[in-house]
Design a protein around this ligand. Structure first.
Ligand code: R5P
Length: 291
């Protein structure tokens, strides 16, 4: 059974690697714009498989990538695809998974509704900001954990001084599991974020890290505030090194530069979002094989 892979413009390297990994071909899509800047897409393949995979990360520019995704899915359906499996390596708007302040929308639910107006049958994604986002979808949504890829990366470097640090409450469960799998203790950080300014403050930590080599995993780096502030705090408490694995680096302008200047010693990111910047501390690993 053939199952051509189609991709939007967000992450060609991921789509090419996925196709290669599964011995599939990448279909031809033309993506351009009308004079008024509206997106214009066209499936160029004369015959489209009845089952296809469509890959698109909802990364910056998120709104364009969302519309592109919906248009390509519609075009594929009209060109003859009967079943469309979507892979959305990074689900944009997932940080807005709650009504944090009165008057705000439940944004990720709105995005779930929009995505489901496209003729797709199922979605696979990585490390949702909050696993309960799955409940906002009526079609099957598979949330793949990137943790095994970080385990493989960090395990060979674990030593007697290594400790896992959970950077905030949201990361406790995943970090505890990660620490168990590495056979390490875990320190929990109590973090507070000002919802209006985004400023991050560290309130405390469950155990001391003096002389330790800290390993952290987190679902995303957006502004970088959390991990930069946590690293500063850990170093101020005597940590020897701070190395971090992050599934989604949103590559916001200027953030990698801040990371380079921070107390973070190494930042390992997955390839769910196509890389646009370089950094001496930055390394990329692939999560394609985890699906
Ligand atoms: C928090 O709940 C998340 O796990 C990340 O730590 C957070 O979203 C990162 O955001 P920023 O880089 O803006 O601190």
């Amino acid at each position: 059974m053939s199952m051509t892979v189609y991709t939007g413009s967000s992450n060609y390297p991921f789509a090419n690697e996925y196709a290669k990994h599964h011995g599939l071909s990448v279909g031809n899509i033309e993506i351009s714009r009308f004079e008024n800047s509206e997106l214009r897409v066209r499936v160029l393949d004369e015959a489209v498989d009845s089952q296809v995979t469509l890959i698109q990360s909802l990364s910056h520019p998120t709104n364009d990538h969302l519309v592109e995704f919906c248009l390509i899915a519609d075009a594929l359906k009209r060109a003859g695809a009967k079943q469309i499996q979507a892979i959305i390596p990074y689900l944009g708007y997932s940080k807005q998974d709650k009504v944090f302040r009165a008057g705000e929308p439940l944004s990720v639910k709105v995005i779930a509704n929009i995505l489901q107006t496209a003729p797709i049958d199922r979605i696979t994604t990585f490390d949702l900001h909050n696993p309960s986002i799955v409940g906002f979808f009526d079609i099957p949504l598979v949330n793949v954990y990137a943790r095994p890829a970080f385990l493989e990366y960090f395990r060979p470097t674990v030593g007697a001084r290594s400790i896992v640090v959970a950077p905030d409450a949201g990361s406790m469960k995943n970090s505890t599991q990660f620490a168990m799998e590495l056979g390490l203790q875990v320190a929990y950080i109590d973090k507070k974020r000002d919802l209006a300014t985004g400023k991050v403050e560290i309130i405390g930590m469950s155990r001391e890290v003096e002389g330790s080599d800290c390993i952290l995993i987190d679902d995303m780096i957006s502004t970088g505030s959390t991990l930069i502030e946590v690293s500063r705090f850990l170093k101020s408490r005597g940590a020897r090194s701070v190395r971090i694995g992050v599934t989604h680096h949103l590559y916001i302008d200027g953030v990698q530069e801040k990371i380079e200047a921070s107390e973070i010693d190494e930042l390992v990111v997955s390839n769910t979002i196509s890389r646009k910047v370089d950094g001496e501390k930055l390394k990329e690993i692939s999560v394609v094989g985890l699906m």
